[in-house]
Design a protein around this ligand. Sequence first.
Ligand SMILES: Cc1ncc(COP(=O)(O)O)c(C=O)c1O
Length: 394
Amino acid sequence: MKFLPYGQHSIDDDDIASVVDVLKTGPLTSGPKADEFEKLLATVIGAEEAVVCSNGTTALHLACLAAGVRSGDVAIVPAITFLSTANAVRMCGGDVVFADVCPATGLMTPETLSAAIKRAGGDVKAVLPVHLNGQSQYMGEIYQLAKEAGAEVITDCCHALGADYQAGGKPGDGQFEDFACYSFHPVKSIAMGEGGAVTTNDPEAARRMRHLRSHDLRRDGADWRRKEAAFDQGDSENPWYYEMQELGYNYRANDLQCALGISQLGKLGPFVERRRQIADLYAGALSASSNKIRPIDRSKDCESAWHLYPVLIDFAELGISRAKMMKALQSKGIGTQVHYIPVSDQPYYQELYGRQELPGAAEYYAKALSLPMYPALSDDDVRRVIAEILELTA
Ligand SMILES: Cc1ncc(COP(=O)(O)O)c(C=O)c1O
């Protein structure tokens, strides 16, 4: 029996060849592939700039730094997301105010954002909407509310590469954000092993993020401040000289990762198309079934990239625990996962901010179960998952 994980990368021979080519010809890092990947990604998303980095977490950290999040600043993060969205704020010394989410989509709404802004009680430095599962809703209102509060908007688009707004454009193109962050972890829309990127329409911020991802090590003489140490007699640049002017990091993506990313980006269209077909197969079968299991609500504002395919199951009503159901599915060769435990419930955040009452997040978390979703699933695989889950929820 073939095991179907909840998510999986799709790597072909041409992806492998592109990595082998870098291995044979070099350079392995800091070569031309990062620049090539950035140009391609910016074009695909419709943003002026893309800054590639080592993963989605470092993308979020770089974006928070570029947005000016510092010690004592407040940023708003929806409670249903991966740890990194909130952690990036903490990595800058900022404080997180968690927003509640819609229990039917898991997404922050204009109402839950307004409530969080009120709870923040003062200035809000940044708002980080998460395009959970590849969906987003009410981004125009969310962006406006954030701007009225004086905040920068950093969208967590780690699930949203390949999504489209119904009214035109794509998440990350700058319509509704100052910065957008992506992950290219193997279960995401494209795989780079590990990889991430920030898109922005602010070239100065992009330049700063490129410095920060590499120790803020500046080799351009035009940037140097210690003129007496930097230049030889006759004002020629000392060939070994470099300068660091603020705290930087090693967040680079190497040429192997970027070569794989370039090859994978070429397949983004078919990958997302297949994800959408699978989502339609699941939705068609599950919407017509009992009300104890249902797909998450679809956003009317965007066509999702369907990074994940969660269903909402009333486990209490069914009389079976989620753990038992996951184990039963596992024994039938079907992998599932829960995305996500509310970040506000993590002991680290509870110790910092106390217990949070976020009923929408609690309800979404209690019911969510992500079913297998990746381009290589066949229609028969999907039908097998549907049959098993319907049997367990009958
Ligand atoms: C919503 C979200 N944000 C951030 C991240 C962090 O990305 P990475 O694992 O590439 O650091 C992930 C990936 O798991 C994610 O799903």
